[in-house]
Design a protein around this ligand. Sequence first.
Ligand code: ATP
Length: 234
Amino acid sequence: MLTLTSLCAGYGPITALEDVSLTARRGEITAVLGANGAGKTTLLRTVSGLHRARSGAIDFDGTRLETVAAERMPRLGLAHVPEGRGVITELTVEENLRLGGLGRGGRVSSADLSRVNDLFPVLGDRRAALASTLSGGERQMLVIGRALMARPTMLLLDEPSLGLAPRIVAQIFGLVRTLVREDGLSVLLVEQNARSALSVADHGVVLNLGRVVADAPADELAGDDQLRHAYLGF
Ligand code: ATP
């Protein structure tokens, strides 16, 4: 459903992505793995229109995305959850969630709010609390919940595990798995935490210095000792 073909991107003299091709299939979690600076964030930002590719193609369900503006992505069914949990701390949890529905055309249905609160009960319990009072894990749930309010068909998740305790990471990845199973969502998951990502993903793509060095089912990558030691750090 999302296919990148020979994608190149960079910043001035820096090449961040070089001839990257990959497919993220419908109803699956595809993990993009690699060390710091491998090009993972650039890849996600290029797909969601926040950074322009130098060359190559991005096809999402038959629509070419290379020249589509970032603000049109929610209507196409793509939701980007950036690294760093950009919750608006001065707003309440529910106000943050409602903002997520705006990209789709302004209407927020109570059914969408209920679905998010069912998935993340802590957000329902704390709906009137300021987002500034949430823990790191709760903030990560809030930004994922906010993205879901736009009813995407594909979620682009950038390093959701960053700075979280292993127990919280497992909880969040478990919820992402539930979304895939119950709602048929597709997920492109960018992660430095390869061990956790491969435990939840169906498929994995490993980047090194902007190039694809492996592309295989997640269990195959997790079982490849050489690859793990060379590129995945576990
Ligand atoms: P991280 O996990 O640290 O975010 P990453 O795998 O996501 O790493 P990118 O952030 O995509 O990698 O970076 C890929 C390359 O592009 C790196 O060499 C990085 O230094 C460079 N880069 C990223 N953003 C910029 C920028 N705004 N200006 C210049 N160079 C950049």
